[in-house]
Ligand binder design. Structure first.
Ligand SMILES: Cc1cc2nc3c(=O)[nH]c(=O)nc-3n(C[C@H](O)[C@H](O)[C@H](O)COP(=O)(O)OP(=O)(O)OC[C@H]3O[C@@H](n4cnc5c(N)ncnc54)[C@H](O)[C@@H]3O)c2cc1C
Length: 410
């Protein structure tokens, strides 16, 4: 099989790259190769099935990695600019997070696939790239089961290590490292924070607005406010997800401190607890905080911080116990028990370093190779920033690759 341009990886950035390439070089034969049995499987899982496809904020502030210096790509290709012409209407919430108006990730994938079909871009699924070699003016791509495709240009959009259940296990990144690309240290990002099941016993399913702060050796590393959620062995929610990138760097030394009432000062909380002691004196300790927090969380706090039978009366709470309780509401501490497994991470931090890639996202090591998406050393916060980078970097690589084909070397 021969194609002018082969895009490796049929994810968000690969589909955007293919569209960009074909629009820039309409006569070119553009093919997407995908190791899974269909393209875009991960897109269907994004945003809990709603696909948070971008964010109104396209500034570098929400990004990490060596490609931050190329964040102008994001403003050149905002997500709506790709999707509106495909007929996808978008809405944004108060944090600027953009979703398709249908609230269905399938809308996004269908629109992309319809555009691929309209442009005559072929999808070659079950093609698991194992390597590629330059042969004269062409590249020869080989799959793990012996299939071969020749092409003039390659766009590598094979993602990172996160969520291997959607086809991304880092194999292509390892292949690029063997070819001499500098791979910036990778680690899971946008993921739940693992804690010991005992430390969150009774909290499963609890959701509370609060402040999450990451500390190591007593030093504040990062913090963010938002909705905190508990599972049987983790703390999650967008604000917790954004702390995951520190788990590997500070492994064994990362502590999470939660302020479960950022809207109240310590003194206001204390006043509230003292009021309960007089006004609800005959009720059991079980009910001490139920006017301020959901029942499970209220019981957890009193039980763990006071450590007395919950049937004791509220009137019996001492000043020292009240202080301890208020302290824990303002700063509930959890030790992070380990790095997040790739399976539960949404994003890969790290990847191909900026020093290997030009402003057009063309490789500086191999002429005719372009790279885009999560494969590159650029990860965004949770909130649509990662898909935004995938579309924008995909379109950039695709258009430049297509334009180069039209030029002298075609
Ligand atoms: C559960 C989940 C929810 C998420 N939700 C959001 C969200 O709401 N908003 C947001 O901004 N981001 C979200 N993300 C992150 C976002 O999906 C990714 O950052 C984005 O998809 C990266 O795009 P990509 O094209 O670079 O890589 P991917 O989308 O990972 O695509 C890479 C493709 O390459 C294929 N591939 C890999 N190796 C080979 C090979 N050797 N040969 C051929 N094909 C190969 C893979 O099968 C895959 O289809 C979420 C991620 C997950 C896992």
């Amino acid at each position: 099989m021969f194609a002018d341009i082969v895009v490796v990886g049929g994810g968000a950035s690969g589909m955007a790259a293919a569209i960009g390439a074909k629009e820039a070089a309409p006569a070119a034969e553009v093919v997407i190769t995908e190791r899974l049995d269909r393209v875009g499987k991960k897109i269907l899982a994004t945003g809990n099935g709603r696909c948070n496809l971008g964010n109104r904020d396209v500034s570098a502030a929400h990004y990490h990695g060596s490609f931050r210096s190329m964040s102008s790509i994001l403003s050149r290709f905002p997500a709506e600019g790709l999707f509106r012409p495909l007929g996808v209407l978008c809405t944004a919430d108060e944090q600027g997070r953009m979703y398709p108006r249908s609230n269905a990730a399938a809308t996004v994938l269908n629109a992309l696939r319809m555009r691929l079909a309209e442009l005559g871009i072929k999808e070659v699924c079950n093609f698991d790239l194992s390597t590629y070699l330059r042969k004269g003016d062409l590249f020869e791509l080989s799959s793990d089961d012996g299939q071969k495709i020749s092409c003039r240009k390659i766009i590598i959009a094979a993602g990172g290590y996160a969520a291997p259940q959607y086809g991304t296990d880092g194999a292509v990144m390892r292949m690029l490292r063997d070819k001499g690309y500098r791979i910036e240290k990778i680690c899971p990002a946008v993921a739940p924070l693992r804690v010991s099941p005992d430390s969150v016993k009774g909290l499963k399913g609890v959701r509370v607005k609060g402040l999450v702060q990451a500390y190591s050796d007593g030093r504040l590393i990062a913090g963010e406010e938002g909705e905190i959620q508990f599972t049987e062995n983790s703390i999650s929610g967008i604000c917790a997800f954004n702390m995951a990138r520190y788990c590997q760097e500070y492994e064994g030394r990362l502590e999470i401190r939660l302020d479960l009432a950022p809207d109240m000062t310590y003194d206001e909380l204390k006043k509230y607890v003292h009021e309960q002691r007089t006004k609800r004196a005959r009720l059991e300790l079980n009910d001490l905080l139920t006017g301020a927090f959901a029942k499970n969380l209220a019981v957890y706090l009193v039980k763990n911080m006071i450590g007395r039978p919950m049937t004791d009366k509220i009137a019996t709470i001492t000043d020292t116990e009240a202080d301890k309780l208020c302290g824990s509401v303002k700063e509930l501490r959890f030790t992070i028990t380990g790095s997040t497994p790739w399976k539960s991470a949404q994003v890969t931090a790290g990847g191909v370093h900026k020093c290997c890639v030009g402003e057009d996202l063309g490789s500086l090591l191999e002429k005719g190779v372009y790279l885009c998406g999560e494969l590159l050393d650029m990860d965004g916060d949770c909130g649509g920033f990662n898909l935004q980078w995938a579309w924008a970097s995909g379109l950039t690589a695709g258009r430049n690759c297509g334009a180069s084909l039209k030029g002298a070397d075609r």
